[in-house]
Write a protein that binds this ligand. Sequence first.
Ligand SMILES: [Zn+2]
Length: 708
Amino acid sequence: MKTASRVFLSIFVLLTVSLSFAQQGEWCGFDPILEEKVQENPNYMDELKQRILDIRQAGNAQSEKAATYTIPVVFHIIHDGGEGNISMDQIQSGIDVMNEDFAALNTDATQIRNTTDAPYAPLHADIEVEFKLAKIDPDGNCTNGVERKFAPNLTNDAGEACKYSANGGLDAWPNDSYLNIWVVNSIEGSGGGTTLGYAFLPYNNWGAGHGILNRHDRIGRIGTAEFNGGRTLTHEMGHICGLLHTFQDGCHSSDCESSGDYICDTPPTEQVFGCLPSNNSCNDVPVNDPFGFDVLDQNENHMSYNTCRRMFTEGQKALMHNNFENISNFVSLTSAANLVATGVNEPDVMCKAEFYADQEVICVGETINFTDASYHGAVGWDWDFPGGTPSTSTDQNPSIVYNTPGTYEVTLTATDGNNQDIETKTAFVRVLSNAQPLPFYEDFENVSSIPDDFWVVKNNGSDQAFEIKNVGLSGTKSAGISNFGQPVGGIDELISSPIDLSGITDEVTLSFRYAYKKRFSVNEEWLRVFLSNDCGDIWAQRKTLKGNQLGENVDGNSWEPTSDNDWVTVHMTNVTSSFWVDNFRVKFQFEGDNGNNFYLDDINIYQGSPSDDPVLNLNENNSFTGFNVYPNPARDNINVEFATQMADQFVVDLMTIDGKVVQHKLIQANSGNNLIVLDGAGLSGGVYFVRVGSKGSAAKQVKRLIIQ
Ligand SMILES: [Zn+2]
């Protein structure tokens, strides 16, 4: 009986630190997953064994190919715009490490033992298989064998979800033509380890997610994997080709051809970590054992958990070849017709000029570093940089300075000597306007659309971006996102051009207003406010509102604010002195969770405390019923939240337990909800009190706060 079961294997890494030494081991999440499979189908292991034995039987009756097997590979990079979006060079390094290991060309092979108790060097096998990046995609178009997708919600603690475009990930290419490898930041795990990668065995039907899921820092031996050796891919590809762990079933003396890992020249072993040459976890000598006596553990095997993995054996090679010959998808993958269809053996021909840049939005006078990503076989480059200095270049990877605000295109013509291709990216470079002076005020009333020459808009993974909305608290306009019905995890950003804070001497306040309702009570949507003191190269997160903090009210329809009470005013007093520079920028980031619309208005930055807010008007006769302070305990950011019926000046004091005021804020509070962000950094831990009340009233309220 065939089942749809796929065996799931993964590698974990555990750090065990003792006083005298640090030991690092890697292992698979095979056991719990296998238990799950066996629970679903009690005959699972018997069926797996029968399938392997059938394939071995069939393989023995066939003549093996004389030439090396070639397997076309495609990488799907699932990234969040960070270092996990690894370079083409690092991907090629990953291919190179695998090919060296499978061809027994790894330089550390000299360390494989050949002693009486560990006679392993002569068993080190050239598997005669080669992995090559595809050059033709499933539609017949030229490719470099790499797809990339910005999907921040799928690349951390990643699992099967990232393998499907319906989730915002990347679909497999047909798995009878390509071997699929997905690359992510981190992988969901279990137990005490970190999962480095996992793959499926080939013996059952290859599902839509068949292939390898691997962390980017375990691909190749350069870039983010510089210190990790890149052997995870080799191990996972071993599973893909049909190998079990060498310690499958642990110690045993039964027939090595039909038990354990079904390979005779990998002696029985327990799960062993590290690389002690004296490791000898099993004393058994199985039936049909080729050694004939108790040998030491084969620490060197790629399918062990040892840290000195550097060989496949002749026995493992025979099983892999049997699989290549008898499993239909392998037959198809390695067929001459498929190698033509995927272009892997074709000579390099320039088919696509391509490039990327280390940044696309800069301040006046900054430099952009461009990187050529053309394929295949580029030997000449002709760049045009209108607005840049220099304005042309023939370097492969030029660096260009931009001195004038504006939006510019970039053109690259790449050639292999015979063929050329041209790529023009319009509006690729954005040089921001010169810094705005204080006080800065944006009510969007005079903005017809965004992005404009001041506001930068980004949306990733969402369909709708920040745009001008015809509702507002002051006036009739705001910047909003039609978030209703958008994908979960989509990220929208509204980013300022530089603002000059260099003249600040004492204190600065950043205030803004927002309106938001949930669509469902379970929505966990985020507003994050980031500040930059270097024109946006590095962003510091200085305010986070999530879920109920952002808003508790629910509206099942696509919502827009209708009254002043729908708006919350946020006063940030934690724009600390490190941000008082001439190229300060602020970024508002909204992350969706299948919730409702979000509106932003009245962004205001001014020297002084919140009471100096030049926008809000004073009012008398206030009614104030109480306030919240969170988180509690707190550390850096302390949020004080209260509602008032009328705009008024409010006092917010942070006091020590003996009544000494350590922070005093006078707030120009708005009618409706107000949120004041205090900076707790620098305060020593302990019990404090927060005191809030109208400035003109003796009645104030006090709450206890723990600073950690
Ligand atoms: Zn494994």
